[in-house]
Ligand binder design. Sequence first.
Ligand code: HEC
Ligand code: HEC
Ligand code: HEC
Length: 189
Amino acid sequence: MKSKMKIQLPVILLLGFFVFAASQFQTDAGAGDFKYVGVDKCAGACHKGESKGNQLEIWKDSKHAQAYNTLLSAVSDSIAKAWGSGTSAAETPQCLKCHVLGKDIVESELTETFDKTQGVQCETCHGAGSEYKKLSIMKDKNAAIENGLIIPPDNEAFCKGCHNSESPFYKEFNYEENWAKIKHPAPEK
Ligand code: HEC
Ligand code: HEC
Ligand code: HEC
């Protein structure tokens, strides 16, 4: 009995490790399927102009398009320093999180067309677009969602993921007012 236990325990541990390793691998593979491609890939051909609803134009005129550039100022550097960062604001992950993707920038999730200097961009709110940008997928909303497209289910809560008191310039966020400044609906068909 005792000797049997001795064999079983390592076997169980080993099996456990494989199950764990496999699940880790799957998660990584899943996340790696969708990569950030940048504004030009979303709006270069499709999401611009009157007939589509001027998504590119509305975004370009919004402060979101300037969110990275904002970090390049002396004021930003001094806030970063006050937050204990040893680098410039534009290299400080805590600042970049809200001023670019809404999460940490991970090199392996970017394609070469992605441009962090475009700040809070289409994919910040709509998810990494490498798969759903394909026309065959994009024309079917459900397929697009299965392939990484995000349409925030609760806009106000979504905005407050960044528009909150963690922001060094936080002012109370009025959803109606702010959404009116950036909304960009597709035209009624
Ligand atoms: C990933 C983080 C993030 C999310 C999510 C986000 N924002 Fe922002 N937003 C910012 C940042 C950063 C700025 C400041 C940009 C700058 O001035 O450099 C900003 C600025 C703005 C401004 C300009 C404010 C002004 O003073 O004129 C408006 C309007 C705005 N956001 C609306 C929204 C709305 C509406 C939503 C939700 C649908 C939203 N934002 C979601 C990060 C975000
Ligand atoms: C700050 C977040 C944010 C940014 C940046 C942003 N969007 Fe949106 N977008 C939204 C939200 C929220 C909606 C509205 C979803 C709803 O109606 O409930 C939306 C709606 C849309 C729609 C309409 C979907 C529909 O079915 O009517 C399109 C198309 C779209 N966005 C494309 C873009 C493109 C292209 C860009 C970049 C040029 C962009 N968005 C940038 C948050 C954002
Ligand atoms: C929790 C998200 C968040 C974090 C973290 C964050 N910001 Fe922002 N930042 C915002 C939002 C949202 C705005 C728009 C003003 C507001 O808060 O309503 C903004 C505005 C600014 C502005 C003012 C832009 C203008 O002209 O009005 C500066 C400068 C700035 N942030 C720098 C930084 C720096 C530097 C860091 C890091 C030390 C940082 N932010 C971290 C979300 C954030």
